[in-house]
Ligand binder design. Structure first.
Ligand code: F6P
Length: 494
């Protein structure tokens, strides 16, 4: 690697999170050019507009104001002339009240998919590993897939009389969610729960309150959020209710506080010190110089195994687009994102990362403190961290050898992101770091990071196909079903 930076130049710190870009192979003059490019792309103006509630989501003519959901500053956040904070604060108070109200609950079934699932699922999993965290020990079940495997497994374990159900859907029209919700209500009925018991058990989190009412949820059990919060940016709203219910409202507040601190950094730090901006420029550089098409996020923390899945939606739903904000074809957009916890990942796809024919940049995410208080924790953690550091070094420098099989090409860029420890605060900061990085990348690529029109067409086509799967007659290709799909339907129907 020609340009590994020295530590002083490559180490950036915000909200106690360290970003080390030494192995990005970007020289000082190249960094300078990148920051000039960011300024030319009006990145600073975009950041200011986003936090000011301007309609940066052009296609849907809305702001992207998820930052207001974690705005603990007591300062107003104005949207079209009205402060949104009283409504946000009211939901916080209701979440806190609910935490105090729920006693004797053994099971929570959280029904939601995509942005209504990944964030709370990741946080519940991650915080479960925090040594000594206060937890109410409820069984938290996440039901996302329409496949009944998940449903069956959950309903086998849950105790109907002490179960609470939270139906989470921004639109309240997502078929997976409404069908799973109906199935769970039927299960409660089958288990002889009374009407009153069922009404008390059902909660909703949604931006479509009337649809939740129509579904049969009591008004007092509905937690609203708003169309200015994108689904994949919604864990900070009542979508994150399970975090507060399981780990207490204080931990939920800490989660928000970590994200808020990262927002303040993103909003106020000069570009040269701004972590989300630096990360986005490094990725842009790798696209320009190495033509990268994929990147990996590898948390060296089992607790963060769900992080790459959350990130996949964030990055690829936000920036997986071929048309820019002006309707023109883009030069760059989101690479494919993948990852899983290290060191397990090393024993899976790291062969390709070291010696594959394509370069895949990596974010190594590590936590300074061990993730348990087992007597073995310190020794195991040292090995975990040494693996993380060794992989980055091997990828950067490669290895020469006589035998071509043993040659590592090197020059494979990576970041190191180091958390002091994993707790609600730093988890919030980490997620907001990546949310802001996605927004920054969108601004650099001139992509609207806040809509997702591409996921709709497949849903529309599923309807006539479902109808065809219901019938037992031979299906011919038609306007909605092509010859290949017709043949597959006939195969399934045979
Ligand atoms: O699949 C697309 C999507 O619209 C995501 O953007 C969203 O997070 C998910 O579906 C769930 O949507 P909802 O919260 O409206 O049920």
């Amino acid at each position: 690697m020609q340009n590994p930076e020295n530590t002083a130049a490559s180490t950036h710190i915000a909200v106690d999170l360290v970003l080390d870009t030494a192995y990005q192979n970007i020289s000082a003059p190249q960094w300078e050019k990148l920051f000039t490019l960011a300024r030319k792309s009006k990145l600073e103006e975009f950041i200011a507009d986003m936090f000011a509630g301007k309609h940066v989501n052009l296609s849907e003519d809305r702001p992207a104001l998820h930052s207001a959901l974690r705005n603990l500053s007591k300062l107003p956040v104005m949207l079209d002339g009205k402060d949104v904070m009283p409504a946000v604060t009211d939901v916080w108070r209701r979440i806190e009240a609910l935490c105090n109200k729920w006693v004797g609950v053994t099971d929570v079934i959280h029904i939601g998919i995509g942005g209504s699932d990944f964030g709370p699922r990741l946080a519940i999993e991650a915080l479960a590993h925090v040594p000594g965290i206060e937890s109410r020990g409820m069984r938290m079940h996440f039901l996302a897939n329409i496949d009944t495997a998940e449903l069956a497994r959950i309903l086998d374990r849950a105790q109907p009389n002490s179960t609470r159900v939270i139906i989470v859907s921004k639109s309240f029209t997502t078929l997976e969610t409404t069908m799973n919700a109906k199935a769970v209500v039927n299960w409660l009925k089958d288990k002889d729960c009374t009407k009153g018991q069922i009404a008390n058990s059902l909660y909703a989190v949604t931006a479509n309150v009337s649809a939740a009412r129509e579904f049969g949820i009591e008004q007092d059990n509905i937690f609203p959020f708003w169309d200015w919060v994108g689904g994949r940016y919604s864990v900070w709203s009542a979508v994150g209710l399970p975090i507060a219910l399981q780990y207490g409202f204080k931990n939920f507040e800490k989660f928000l506080a970590g994200a808020h601190a990262m927002d303040l950094h993103f909003k106020n730090a000069p570009l040269e010190q701004n972590l989300p901006v630096i990360m986005s420029l490094a990725l842009l550089h790798q696209q320009e110089t190495l033509g990268i098409k994929a990147y990996a996020a590898i948390p060296y923390a089992d607790a963060l195994d769900w992080f790459p899945k959350w990130l996949q939606q964030l990055d690829m739903e936000s920036n997986g687009k071929s048309i820019d904000r002006d309707g023109k074809p883009v030069k760059h957009s989101s690479p494919v994102v993948f990852g899983s916890a290290g060191s397990n990942a090393q024993h899976s796809y790291f062969q390709l990362l070291h010696q594959g024919s394509d370069v895949v940049p990596i974010d190594f995410i590590a936590v300074r403190k061990p993730m348990s208080d087992r007597p073995e924790a310190v020794a195991h953690h040292r090995i975990l961290l040494s693996n993380c550091l060794a992989q980055a070094q091997a990828l950067a420098h490669g290895k020469k050898a006589e035998n071509p099989n043993d040659v590592y090409p090197g020059n494979r860029p990576s970041n190191l992101i180091l958390l002091p420890e994993l707790n609600a605060f730093y988890l919030g900061a980490l997620l907001a770091l990546y949310e802001n990085r996605a927004a920054s990348l969108g601004a650099l690529w001139n992509i609207n990071s806040f809509d997702q029109p591409g996921v709709e067409y497949g849903k529309v086509l599923a309807k006539p196909i479902e109808k065809a799967l219901l019938g037992d007659s031979h299906v011919e290709a038609n306007d909605n079903i092509d010859a290949v799909t017709a043949a597959r339907i006939n195969l399934l129907n045979s």
